[in-house]
Design a protein around this ligand. Structure first.
Ligand code: GLU
Length: 339
């Protein structure tokens, strides 16, 4: 029987670290090293591994992920695994999901525990990712599943996966939807298919953004009694400090402190400004509360409603919309189906 051809593209991250002379972990391992550590891979797939970069995911750039997406789009393979750091996996996986339109499994995986520790999770996660990529149910539903993340024997949709702990072994979850599948023994057990209408709609509006330039988006988290100095600085600066859009990590169902309501409404007149749930997800309110910084007032003032998308993912989506040259109203249409 011919084994599926799986391409592994390695970017860096804890999964690819090794200790330096002082014992500190440094990026160093390449794709071949990752594959060599998991001999069982050869029983599942015909592996072709390539080192794309040795960059920690905390330092990856949007342009690098766009280049990676272009590379994946042109690959002749039955499945693709991207290995990277965990720090931005929830963002890079979502960006790949917005950019790619492939009918083969595309999976991002990583490690929380480095190879020098007693029980590193990198080899197991890589094996699980390849197992998922080769699984008949996953292959049959590849387009419906979109880009996936595989961590600790669970499979998550790119739009929903979050890093929910900085150091714990089980650091990944999809709190709003749960996993798409689970791995047990040598099996992939399907659990659900993601509802992808909003992502599909967004992708259609975004189209081809190849060659487009970076569009800096500010992410401003709203905390108790936020005084709004950064908002004021953006308003005062001729070029809005260089930002082309703003995501507000808003309180509750879509609120900001009343003292800064005039600032955010002024900003929304100048830059696409997304209101996104600082709770990390879940649809926000649209028509419950009154008052100057309520959802009713903010929506009326032109703030764009981010729906159930986590603020980090909203920032990725807004950056991509801006690259596509979409204006405020189309951006609002892109976000609207997210709830
Ligand atoms: N900060 C590094 C990165 O994201 C290491 C963290 C990790 O991979 O877990 O690449």
């Amino acid at each position: 029987m011919k084994l599926p051809r799986i391409k592994i593209l390695a970017l860096g991250g804890t999964i690819a670290t090794r200790p330096d002379a002082s014992g500190a972990m440094q990026m160093g391992l390449g794709a071949e090293d990752l594959v060599a550590a998991v001999p069982a891979l050869a029983t599942l797939a015909a592996i072709d591994a390539e080192t794309v970069s040795r960059v920690g995911s905390h330092s990856l750039g949007f342009d690098q992920i766009h280049a990676l997406a272009a590379r994946i789009a042109g690959l002749d393979a039955d499945g693709v695994i991207v290995t990277q750091g965990t720090d931005t996996l929830e963002e890079t996986a979502f960006l790949l999901d917005l950019l790619l339109d492939r009918d083969i499994p595309v999976i991002v995986t990583a490690a929380m525990r480095n190879p020098a520790l007693t029980s590193p999770d990198g080899p197991g996660n890589l094996l699980a990712a390849v197992r998922v990529a080769c699984d008949p149910w996953v292959r049959a539903h590849a387009r419906a599943l979109g880009v996936m993340a595989v961590m600790l024997d669970e499979v998550y949709a790119a739009a929903d996966v979050l890093k929910v702990h900085p150091t714990r072994f089980n650091a990944f979850a999809a709190p709003q939807t749960g996993p798409l599948a689970a791995l047990v023994e040598d099996r992939v057990v399907p659990l659900s298919l993601p509802v992808r209408d909003a992502v599909t709609h967004a992708r259609a509006r975004i189209g081809d953004v190849a060659g487009a330039r970076e569009q800096p988006v500010a992410l401003l988290w709203m905390g108790l009694d936020e005084p709004g100095f950064l908002l004021q600085a953006m308003l005062d600066h001729r070029d809005k400090l260089g930002y082309r859009g703003v995501v507000l990590g808003a309180m509750g169902g879509g609120h900001v402190p009343e003292r800064i309501a005039p600032l955010v409404t002024q900003l929304a007149c100048m830059l696409p400004t997304i209101v996104s749930p600082r709770a990390g997800g879940g649809p926000m309110l649209r028509q419950t509360y009154g008052g100057p910084s309520s959802e009713i007032a903010l929506r009326k003032a032109g703030l764009i409603w981010g729906g159930r998308v986590h603020p980090l993912k909203a920032r990725v989506l807004l950056e991509t919309c801006l690259r596509a040259g979409l204006g405020r109203d189309t951006i609002a249409e892109v976000f609207d189906p997210f709830g």
